[in-house]
Design a binder for this molecule. Structure first.
Ligand code: GAL
Length: 412
């Protein structure tokens, strides 16, 4: 009897066991909504017989995760995959440590499924080395509708004038008007929204992509700095260093009126059982209608050795673009699918608006890469930008004119 069971086990399960391996994934998705969304990917990998080794490094925006990854690669123990953004993929690819995913990409037709602007970022030297999972929009305003009502604000603000009117009323009513967590990457999110608002997408690209000195020091840029500073008076005293999700929680709990943040914030509203259009609203950050500042979450695949590990890595890569994962993951995360063939049915009003706006902005040359989340410029320049933007936020003596000149210096 015992032999029969053993034999049955070998015959039926040996093929799976042969190719099953562990997938170690380094990521920074530790907020409630982020972790819930990641579970969808993890379950897809596990359903293919592989095991998941979670390597979470807390810290919004991924600064901490980046440092840990460097250590792991330098010491020769890279994970199977690591979460990263466009400009970083290149850096690791140049070091020759990333795997070639062309075979899988060809079999699954990734070139046809992904927008060319995104698939090109996943390739190095024409070869796929990373896989995207979503598109996040940065230029959003998240609004607690009860706070708005209680403050006597009639309308969710869509212009800068309306924004400041609403902020004044909310502040007067005793709430934190603008929820902000002052960390360099979050300061830069607020700042890039102001640049997009006053300058529009073409100006934004001249500043953050072309690093055009005359645009960087222009009157428009100085206006963006001035508005950014004005926003500070609507934030609370505990803002310094606060994580983004704790900041979103202030809006969720009705302590604060609004937050300008990428749509990973929506993952927190969803996790708190709030509904878009009922308890909270999402609108493009005032003055940025028609523009779409985007960031793409992707996983770079590191070279692995054994056939089992390669199979498991491919299973993970394939799961990221699986149509069901694309739906479920993005509905929970707050982002939109990166695949171009996923229906918007099943997404809430913010998700559907985001999908429509992304495609419309694509036609109008109004999609811009988010500078704050590593999509626009190399890391060394971005580090200088972070420093300058936060210095300006914290030092009221630094004038918009001087700041714009320092910014031009910082990206040289
Ligand atoms: C962004 C990332 C999002 C979210 C956010 C906060 O850079 O694209 O997925 O995780 O950081 O950590």
């Amino acid at each position: 009897m015992k032999r029969v069971i053993t034999l049955t086990f070998i015959v039926f399960f040996f093929p799976i066991l042969t190719f099953a391996a562990e997938v170690e994934v380094l990521h920074f998705w530790t907020a409630t909504g982020e972790a819930r969304a990641l579970t969808e990917i993890k379950q897809a990998v596990q359903s293919k017989g592989h095991s998941w080794l979670d390597f979470a490094v807390a810290g919004g925006g991924g600064e901490n995760a980046r440092a840990v990854l460097t250590q792991r690669v330098v010491t020769g123990s890279a994970p199977t995959a690591a979460q990263m953004k466009g400009t970083e993929i290149r850096v690791w690819a140049e070091k020759g440590v990333l795997a070639n995913l062309d075979k899988l990409a060809l079999a699954e037709n990734w070139d046809a499924l992904l927008p060319p602007s995104i698939s090109s970022q996943m390739k190095y030297d024409g070869h796929y080395v990373a896989v995207p999972v979503n598109v996040h929009r940065l230029n959003w305003l998240w609004v607690n509708l009860d706070v708005l009502k209680a403050s006597g604000v009639q309308k969710v603000p869509t212009t800068l004038d309306e924004l400041f009117l609403a902020l004044n009323k909310i502040k007067k009513a005793g709430y934190i008007a603008l929820a902000h967590g002052s960390q360099p990457w979050q300061d830069t999110i607020l700042f890039e929204s102001m640049v997009l608002s006053v300058g529009g997408p073409e100006f934004y690209r001249r500043v953050f992509v072309d690093l055009d000195e005359s645009a960087l020091t222009s009157a428009t840029m100085q206006r963006a700095f001035a508005l950014f500073r004005q926003l500070k008076s609507y934030t609370d005293n505990e803002s310094s260093g606060r994580d983004w999700d704790l900041t979103t929680a202030l809006v969720i709990r009705g302590k604060a009126g609004m937050q300008i943040m990428g749509d990973w914030a929506k993952g927190e509203f969803i996790a708190a059982n709030m509904q878009a259009g009922k308890q909270y609203a999402c609108v493009p950050s005032p003055g940025t209608q028609g523009s779409f500042s985007y960031t793409v979450d992707a996983f770079a695949m590191f070279k692995v050795k054994s056939p089992e590990q390669i199979k498991a890595q491919e299973a993970f890569a394939s799961s990221l673009l699986d149509p069901v994962v694309q739906q479920k993951f993005n509905q929970i995360k707050g982002s939109i699918p990166v695949r171009n063939d996923i229906s918007s049915a099943g997404f809430d009003s913010c998700g559907q608006a985001s999908m429509a706006d992304f495609s419309e902005a694509g036609k109008n040359y109004a999609q811009v890469p988010s500078v704050a989340t590593h999509m626009a410029m190399p890391l060394d320049k971005l580090t200088n930008v972070y420093e300058l933007i936060s210095e300006f936020w914290n030092d009221s003596q630094l004038s918009p004119l001087k700041a714009s000149q320092l910014l031009a210096e910082a990206v040289k």
